[in-house]
Design a protein around this ligand. Structure first.
Ligand code: NAG
Ligand code: NAG
Ligand code: NAG
Ligand code: NAG
Length: 513
């Protein structure tokens, strides 16, 4: 049953009080069984440690701030209050950034992920899930176990990730495996399993941590992937080719022994959908990550543009008509993109919304990204837009494709405030977007017609969320749609409009100087 968990994309997190909060960012969850699976485990030892850990965390928030000055405290604080670099220096965070030859170093103080670095004569062995570091001086044996995935606190999903055995051995203490492939650059080991398949998780748990961990190598690095999926490689090949100039290795599928001068096992992660420059060795930030996306998608987008121009020329020859002056005028208007959902959390009056947006003076494009939609195409639309509007959900991850200085309006259905702010609102502001959260009133929710006016579902969503994940999912995520009060929403749109136009003229002034 736990295997099935892979398909239930759930969201466990702690809120600031240290209570466990379960929030969903995904739309594919079909039953709340995930929780049963996650919580009804027989009481194994790790489970007990997990609970102890939780208690420790809850407790720590009452002992704050003294707690955080202890050597192990900082990582907790760091996980919850992102950019507060004051207590955390780079050397604290990247304990293993300078490992001497012939040694292994593991950082295990973060809530989100473990990471081990081995330097020297490193050899992989897929069959035994082992990575061995051979050293010639002494015979001391050392073992470390690690699951290279960034949701360490979430036992149910970690159960689906393969564990790697890291061993340090003297050269004489056993059969020295022969190298089938000898690499002269370091390897980074990570997993594309777990919640991969959900856009939020693909960026938050995968690509951003991969950027954080690997870009210091300047593409001179080999990625070795556990829970390897071909579709993932294809979906992100544009981005991957800007992080490494070497082919990736499927750890399970490739049985050869690969030898490396260094191995980083596991990925570092900072906070939700961000890169904290204060924690980076070279001060890179989320904006640098976005610049990388821009470079990654540019060749593909250039190709698309050229195709379209060729097509347009061909049509022109046939029709001999130039674009009307009206469409030329239109192109000067700031542009809004609505990210549209069609399963739950849809905007019921989307047509009226489109009309309102046009009346205000914008151009509008409605985008319904599917799992198979090419990211370069989505990037192209968002990168050329001034405002992105969407109802809270995993698709909000696309804010990463908006240009800094543009506007992101997130419509926040009942019961999703905390998740909307934490997972998308705050990270978007860090990227430099103007973030506007539009918290709907009960009357704008489809639940308003289904519950009594004084039902806690409408009046006190927090109390409903406190009852458990099944309730959040069933009530607020799967069965809630939004009917916007357009009079109220219009004020947000006007703010977005003036912001866009002001920026437009600022850009114009700069250009004409
Ligand atoms: C690191 O250690 C390995 C194994 O002991 C040795 O083969 C290699 O030459 C050493 N590398 C450097 C740079 O000292
Ligand atoms: C994104 O937009 C900026 C500003 O208009 C432009 O310079 C850049 O080339 C665009 N990127 C891509 C990949 O099209
Ligand atoms: C949503 O749209 C996609 C593509 O347009 C379609 O395949 C899918 O069936 C739709 N889902 C629902 C619930 O309407
Ligand atoms: C791209 C751009 O000009 N962005 C600016 C838009 O306006 C805000 C505030 O008015 C600035 O902070 C941005 O830098």
């Amino acid at each position: 049953m736990c295997k099935k968990m892979m398909h239930y994309k759930r969201y466990h997190h702690w809120n600031k009080k240290g209570d466990v909060l379960v929030v969903c960012v995904d739309e594919d969850i079909t039953t709340p069984l995930g929780l049963v699976c996650g919580n009804n485990h027989k009481k194994t030892k790790p489970k007990i440690y997990y609970l102890l850990f939780l208690c420790l965390i809850s407790f720590s928030f009452f002992l704050a701030p003294q707690f955080f000055t202890s050597p192990h405290g900082f990582s907790l604080l760091y996980s919850f209050s992102s950019d507060d670099g004051a207590l955390v220096s780079k050397s604290d965070v990247n304990v293993c950034s300078s490992v001497s030859n012939g040694t292994i170093c593991c950082e295990r103080s973060s809530i989100r992920s473990d990471i081990c670095v081995m330097k020297g004569d490193v050899r992989t062995d897929s069959a035994s899930s082992r990575i061995t570091l051979y050293r010639n001086n002494d015979e001391v044996l050392r073992h470390e176990k690690i699951k290279p995935y960034t949701r360490k606190w979430e036992k149910s999903v970690m159960d689906t990730i393969d564990e790697l055995d890291l061993v340090v051995k003297g050269e004489h203490s056993g059969i020295h495996q022969k190298c089938d492939v000898k690499h002269d650059v370091p390897a980074v080991f990570f997993s594309t399993g777990g919640y991969t398949g959900n856009l939020y998780h693909e960026f938050n748990d995968g690509l951003l941590p991969l950027y954080i961990t690997s870009q210091q190598f300047n593409k001179k690095v080999v990625f070795v992937i556990l829970e390897y999926h071909n579709w993932w490689i294809m979906k992100y090949e544009n981005v991957l080719s800007h992080l490494t100039e070497y082919p990736v290795i499927d750890f399970r599928g490739d049985k050869r022994i690969h030898c490396f001068p260094e191995a980083v096992v596991g990925l570092r992660i900072h906070d939700e959908l961000t890169v904290s420059s204060s924690l980076m060795v070279n001060d890179k930030s989320i904006r640098d990550f976005r610049d990388l996306l821009d470079r990654a998608y540019w060749p593909r987008i250039k190709g698309l543009v050229q195709d379209e121009e060729r097509e347009a020329r061909r049509n022109m020859e046939k029709l001999v008509s130039s674009p009307s002056s009206e469409t030329k005028m239109d192109l000067k208007k700031p542009k809004v993109v609505i990210l549209s959902r069609n399963d739950s959390r849809t905007i019921l009056n989307e047509d009226s919304l489109v009309k309102l947006i046009e009346d205000i003076g914008f151009r509008v494009e409605v985008l319904s990204p599917q799992r198979t939609t090419e990211l370069a195409r989505i990037y192209r639309v968002l990168n050329s837009s001034d405002v992105m509007i969407g109802v809270h959900g995993a698709a909000m991850t696309h804010f990463l494709f908006m240009r800094p200085g543009s506007v992101f309006i997130q419509i926040i259905p009942l019961g999703t405030d905390w998740a909307a702010g934490t997972y998308y609102g705050e990270p978007a502001a860090k990227l430099g977007l103007k973030y506007i959260g539009y918290k709907i009133h009960p009357k704008e929710s489809s639940l308003y017609d289904e519950y009594e006016k004084n039902d806690p579902v409408l009046t006190d969503p927090n109390s409903v969320n406190d009852r458990g994940w099944e309730f959040t999912k069933k009530i607020y995520l799967d069965r809630q749609n939004v009917k916007l009060n357009l009079g109220r929403f219009r004020k947000r749109l006007l703010r977005a409009y003036y912001h866009s136009v002001a920026n437009e003229s600022a850009r114009f002034r700069l250009q004409s100087q």
